[in-house]
Design a protein around this ligand. Structure first.
Ligand code: DGL
Length: 273
């Protein structure tokens, strides 16, 4: 039995990751699940994010996905480790769940020259200190500065992109980050929603800064993972299809997702619990 790669996010942000998967690994089938009815996750408690993410992973496993990518920094920070360590063996020990923080951090050492890296993310991701902890494991000499940007995901979820209000908050968060250290030369947009605001970020970030493209990195790392794990790769179906599922109205999802994916999207509303 083969099945699609499951890609999960709280909302639309994971589409930035999915888009790169489709571009770089086009032969596989994908099943995208956006928990739009309960997004944003960013300011919710550890327990809530863990419960919601576990429900999504279970759902995607039941739909036949042998591999699920948690295309959300907040859920990767708060739920991934517990699901891998405590739930996987009961749910399906042959399946795999991967996150997006570790692969992103692995790239930092080859990019920063000043060894000062800035992370922008949701309150959940920032408070978890996941980027600081993962970086400390791999690169002792890199200093990580963080700034939570709680207003940005709600703006994206409401399709408020490229406008004056969004610019105001993007500038505010960038200023707060650089007030901590002017020598930051590399920045991680540590939330899968933020690439959708890239025009605003580019307006206010210093011109020579390295902006880590998390979706590119994660897609490359997935490619590599599938080469190293043929036992998983062989269980993925390969008809180049993409199925979109949302926990909220499919009409609303179709409208925004079509803009973000640059193509007509037809999704289905599902329930998870
Ligand atoms: N895309 C999610 C992330 O990468 C946003 C989380 C949210 O729903 O607040 O963190």
């Amino acid at each position: 039995m083969t099945g699609p790669i499951g890609v999960f996010d709280s909302g639309f942000g994971g589409l930035t990751i999915l888009k790169k998967f489709i571009e770089k690994l086009p032969k596989y089938d994908y099943m995208f699940l956006g928990d739009n009815a309960r997004a944003p996750y960013g300011s919710r408690s550890f327990q809530t994010i863990y419960n919601y993410t576990l429900q999504a992973v279970k759902f995607l496993f039941e739909k036949g996905c042998p591999l699920v990518i948690i295309a959300c920094n907040t859920a990767s920070a708060k739920a991934l480790r517990s699901i891998q360590q405590n739930n996987l063996k009961l749910l399906n020990p042959n399946n795999r769940v991967l996150g997006i923080i570790r692969p992103t951090v692995e790239m930092l050492g080859s990019i920063t020259k000043t060894n000062n890296v800035g992370i922008l993310g949701t309150s959940g991701t920032i408070n978890s200190k996941s980027y600081i902890l993962e970086t400390a494991k791999l690169f002792k000499n890199i200093n990580v500065y963080q700034q939570a940007c709680p207003m940005l995901v709600p703006l994206v979820e409401n399709n408020e992109i490229d406008n004056f209000g969004t610019d105001f908050f993007v500038k505010k968060y960038i200023d707060l980050l650089f007030n901590q250290n002017q020598n930051i030369d590399t920045i991680v947009l540590g939330c899968t929603h933020y690439p959708l605001l890239i025009n605003s970020f580019k307006k206010y970030l210093p011109k020579n800064i390295n902006i880590i493209k998390q979706n590119e990195i994660v897609a490359e790392k997935l490619k590599d993972y599938l080469i190293r794990h043929p036992e998983i790769e062989q269980r993925i179906s390969k008809k180049s299809t993409v199925k979109y599922l949302t926990t909220d109205s499919y009409e609303i999802f179709n409208k925004s997702a079509s803009i973000f994916m640059n193509t007509i999207i037809e999704s289905e509303t599902i329930e998870i619990n």
